[in-house]
Design a protein around this ligand. Sequence first.
Ligand code: GUN
Length: 291
Amino acid sequence: MDAAKIIDGVAVAKQVRAEVARDAAALIARGVTPGLTVVLVGDDPASAVYVRAKEKACVEAGMNGKTIRLPADTSQADLLALIDQLNADPTVHGILVQMPVPKHIDPQAVILRISAEKDVDGFHPVNVGRVWIGEKNGFAPCTPAGVMVMLEKAGVNVTGQNVVILGRSNIVGKPMVSLMVAASATVTVCHSKTRDLPSVVRGADILIAAIGKPEFVKADMVKPGAVVIDVGINRVDDASNPKGYRIVGDVDFAAVSQVASKITPVPGGVGPMTIAMLLKNTVRAATQRLA
Ligand code: GUN
């Protein structure tokens, strides 16, 4: 079998960001500059990298991108008070509090405090419900929404297909179910407790791996010709790399790409789509406010 065709997330994300920039320009012409405010509590280095990338992407799309950095010992009450201010600020259309927050802060209390209309992460229970029942004004979490766009742009029709989602997190696995059901796929969710997991995974026409285990999916777990989407971002030790580590997905790319028909790489696959979808949600939040 020929090696799989690679679905290039960088290219698809660039396309989405160009669409977002066009939509943002149309809003600016109507007197509204879409704005995203990211709140970062503490100084986790990986979070700092993600937050900078989000702000930069906003500015490149012609939007307002602002980051509020708070010390790690910020109290939950102070963080919630800041969210109240941002909820009330008409120039802020999207609010994102970067996760994880420090241990003394309850992430669910933070998520609940953000106005559902500004929750461009799609984590608020109101948005979870809106997406689940198919209300168009709901915000879907950016990573699973990005997976749907990648599949569409790669010409993969999910209707009637057996989609297996490996992982059941609130950020990826569960919302992925909701988007795939809405798109008329036949959906199976499996996870660490699934009996005979490899045989369930082998039933996939489309496999979404989001289990957070480096190179977990091996070639013998993939049906020949399947489409494989790798959501994993895992650091593994690598003495040959100057950084001392390298980033791998949840899929053994070298082996699985010999079996799959289409596959996403890591890095350069789903990752870049997440920020593109965040911008898209923010422009939609601004648009919905005008309506
Ligand atoms: N941390 C890692 N990914 C995300 C995300 O998509 N949103 C937020 N708020 N925090 C994250």
